[in-house]
Design a protein. Structure first.
Length: 176
């Protein structure tokens, strides 16, 4: 295969950072594999004979909520809202949804490139990244079929190599 995975992914993923400050990557994954498959938008996206590989690239933590109004605060410096735990969907909900849709935890894997978990923001060539505590919890809940790499390294090469390795190991263990 082509060795320039990072370059190609960077080109495809370069969509900017000026969207909503309330980012919901786990909810987006859920919608992509449930509602959007059911309504035909993503027809053929899920296959029984293929491992589902989920990639999340973000500079903020997950603020996914489906039923309650989101509550957030604006930090003293900066304009990016911070998630408050009130009203957020449980991490286990997303893991269970993916397990149910794919038919088991061995049939999907996830790679997250985000800010490191903990209480400190980080800086890189991509800007400022917030701690990804919920995304780390997602990775921890998934287990061996998931990895979180830091966006703060300023280069996606290591994170993408970690993702490819995680997907390769999961694919080799994939039960059809």
């Amino acid at each position: 295969g082509d060795g320039d995975v990072a370059g190609k992914f960077s080109c495809l993923a370069n969509v900017g950072v000026d969207g909503s400050g309330i980012e919901m990557p786990l909810r987006a994954v859920e919608l992509a594999v449930s509602d959007r498959v059911a309504d035909g938008t993503n027809a053929g996206f899920l296959r029984d004979d293929a491992l589902l590989a989920v990639v999340i690239l973000t500079d903020e933590d997950d603020c996914s909520h489906s039923t309650s109004p989101i509550k957030h605060t604006v930090p003293l410096f900066g304009s990016v809202p911070e998630c408050m735990p009130n009203g957020l969907d449980e991490i286990s909900h997303f893991v269970t949804t993916l397990n149910d849709i794919k038919g088991g935890p061995e049939k999907w894997a996830a790679a997250v490139i985000a800010g490191p978990a903990g209480g400190t923001r980080c800086e890189s060539g991509f800007g400022t990244a917030s701690p990804a505590n919920r995304l780390q919890s997602f990775v921890d809940t998934v287990g061996d079929n998931a990895i979180l790499s830091s966006i703060c390294e300023g280069d996606l090469s290591k994170g993408l190599a970690d993702a490819v390795n995680t997907f390769d190991v999961a694919c080799r263990a994939f039960v059809k």
